[in-house]
Design a protein around this ligand. Sequence first.
Ligand code: ZN
Length: 504
Amino acid sequence: MSQTDRQNQLQTLRARLGEISDINNALSVLHWDQEVYMPPKGASGRALQLATLSSISHARATDPELGALLEDLAAAGLKGDDAKLVSETLHDYRRAVKLPDEFVREFSLAQSRAFEAWVKARKDSDFAAFQPHLQTIVDLLRRRADYMGYEGSPYNALLEDYERGMRVDSLKPVFATLAKEQSRIVDAVTNSPHQPETAWLDQEWDEQTQWDFALQVAADFGYDLEAGRMDRSVHPFSTGFGIRDVRITTRLSKDELFMGLTGAMHETGHAMYEQGLREEDERTTLGEAISLGVHESQSRMWENMIGRGRAFWEHYTPKLREAFPLQMQDVSPEDVYRAVNRVQPSLIRVEADECTYNLHIVLRFEIEIDLIENRLAVKDVPEAWNAKVKQYLGLDVPGDAMGCLQDIHWSHGSMGYFPTYALGNLYAAQMFERIEKDVPLLWTGVERGDFSPLLNWLREHVHRVGRRMTAPELIQSITGKPLSPEPYLNYLKSKFGGLYQVSL
Ligand code: ZN
């Protein structure tokens, strides 16, 4: 085959991928609207629209002509980005063809119905109303695992969707170390006599003022609001429809000063990753994030290592005081830094502090494995949940809304997703060891509200990589080591040992 014919084949491939990407971005717009603006009666129509578009996207992604084209190109001895584009797309193609079209449609419909039921069940704190939907989801996920194939646990097949190459057997020892060490840290810290003064937080905080402040911080971080926007939703999230339209949501309460802000900082970290993908990769397989764990490393770094850092609050406390002059008359940067890092076992994952957060993940990981491996019946989920909350966090769960109904993920049909949150913490800490060496002006920049040294580093080493590497390759290339829980645990010990004046 001539060089020109080969170029034509690559052009055909890019055109096909572009169309699939357009359909998927349209699906994302509909999902975004479903969670942000859609009126309740729109749900049944939306479910059908999503199912139809999912099925069209799946049909395109599994078109035998695409498969033949990819096999042909894979055998052509391409080099560089062309070779990577073909091998990554072929990887996706071979996975996508394992799922029959009827299954994709059935799954999409079940997701929409489960989401609708979950919203109501959570509002009423009534697991029984969600139980049949969760049963359907678990049954469908087991079938999905069978279609995809796996070695060992069927949960491996679900993990593969979110964190390629990750396995139950490699996660278990890492999570066991985190559970043991973080429980010990939480014990030491909560028993320290040096507890932060937080009484000043028990005031009313005007929601619009909170909103404006959070949006300003997002813009200061480097989130391009000409290519993004922020809205309110029940569960904060970010979603992109191409690098020039990446949106975030957060939630607000007049009783909680930090909830809306930390949600916005977190989602901004995600959104800046999507905005930082290469333009030339747009509408192709290479223009995608590496994995959910790597995605989460970005949100956690901006939310926690930066947004809950001392340098950040040196700069932003005077600005927050300007926004809330009455409430914050006598509050110093150190007071805010200590309050925003208060360690307190709590029931809600998204509000958890850094020391207890992974404990929430470990308990979900265990429950999901038991569900998928058929050791736990769906009807027994609340009991299992409540027992593990007692075990890991020492708390009693007063109702399902504060317990097993708090998260959106199962209603979306997502299991195997939660572990990526803990992995995000670990990746972030491991990367950060390198960043602190590579970027000497990092903290002096943050103290002035200049985040560009960090963002530029992330752009170069993470965002622009697209799918040219897998997560293990990225971590190895940045840090010279494979994934390890040690950097995160060292980070916790140093930060919280200092805050609580205990030796960890
Ligand atoms: Zn996140």
